[in-house]
Design a protein around this ligand. Structure first.
Ligand SMILES: NC(=O)c1ccc[n+]([C@@H]2O[C@H](COP(=O)([O-])OP(=O)(O)OC[C@H]3O[C@@H](n4cnc5c(N)ncnc54)[C@H](O)[C@@H]3O)[C@@H](O)[C@H]2O)c1
Length: 262
């Protein structure tokens, strides 16, 4: 396993209560990082507290990512406790239930867009001025990594609004990367395909054809004929954010078993 060094770097992770966010938090902490962790409620953040609180320098602040002020509070907490905000993983997200576009209600669509797009915008609006100021003072700005999806790179039938949201995340990422390229801030997105987390269970368990049939169908669309593992996503997150990866910005990195190659 490649060793990365994030000693004394402060890493903010949203959606840290489980899945990709919690696994990423652990790996960054093992590589020396201080953590600022957030998830929707104290209850959903609890698994992260149990796993990390005793072992690593970390703070926890629960809240809904759709609340704009949460992101200011998180950034302020990072500065107050650790003195800097070096890396932000804007990772919290929800998936819509699988439906044809004509069947999704405007309310459900709005909810997905609020969590999956607007919250990423709120987060970056809070994080960028701090990182820019750090760059002006110290020459060292920061890194933002947004969790998009392969649904942000290709059409995702029955997940149209989720796909639209993730396309938007990539659009925000690319534009911001260019705007801040000379301000010491690298901004990228990762684009996983189906990855073994609680989120993957939603479309499978909701399928009218049953879980196993739904899983076979899903896998048949992936050239590698399997879902992704959380560790396969997280190792790429460390690579993207590594200080050594200093020329990498504005990219949407597919981690999808070949799905977007076709
Ligand atoms: N698992 C997959 O197949 C897959 C594929 C592509 C992209 N992604 C993306 O990866 C990211 C992480 O998802 P995951 O697979 O780890 O799923 P997950 O459901 O395990 O984790 C998502 C986390 O986000 C939190 N969250 C949801 N809504 C929130 C809100 N309004 N405010 C604060 N926190 C909230 C949840 O509580 C949860 O802890 C998401 O952005 C998701 O869209 C996942």
């Amino acid at each position: 396993m490649t060793q990365y060094d994030f000693t004394s770097k402060t890493v903010l992770v949203s959606g840290a209560g489980g899945g990709i966010g919690l696994a990423a938090a652990k790996r960054f902490a093992d590589a020396g990082a201080n953590l600022v962790l957030t998830d929707r409620t104290d209850e959903t953040l609890h698994p992260a507290k149990t796993a990390l609180q005793q072992k690593y320098p970390c703070i926890f602040l629960s809240g809904d990512v759709t609340r704009e002020t949460l992101h200011l509070e998180l950034a302020a907490a990072a500065i107050e406790t650790f003195g800097r905000l070096d890396i932000a993983l804007n990772n919290a997200g929800i998936v819509q239930s699988q439906q044809r576009l004509e069947d999704i209600s405007a309310d459900d669509a709005r909810k997905v867009l609020e969590v999956d797009v607007m919250a990423v915008l709120h987060a970056m609006k809070a994080q960028l001025p701090i990182m820019r100021e750090q760059f002006e003072k110290t020459g060292d700005g920061g890194v933002i990594l947004n969790t998009a999806s392969v649904a942000g790179l290709v059409g995702a039938p029955t997940l149209s609004v989720y796909g639209a949201a993730k396309h938007a995340v990539i659009g925000l990422t690319r534009a911001a990367a260019i705007e801040y390229a000379r301000k010491g801030i690298r901004i990228n997105a990762i684009c996983p395909a189906f990855t073994r987390t609680a989120m993957l269970e939603i479309p499978l368990s909701e399928s009218p054809h049953g879980r196993e049939t739904a899983k076979k169908k899903l896998i048949s669309n992936i050239p590698m004929a399997r879902v992704g593992e959380v560790d396969e996503i997280v190792q790429a997150m460390l690579w993207v954010c590594s200080p050594e990866n200093s020329f990498y910005t504005g990219q949407a990195l597919a981690l999808d078993g070949g799905l977007s190659a076709g």
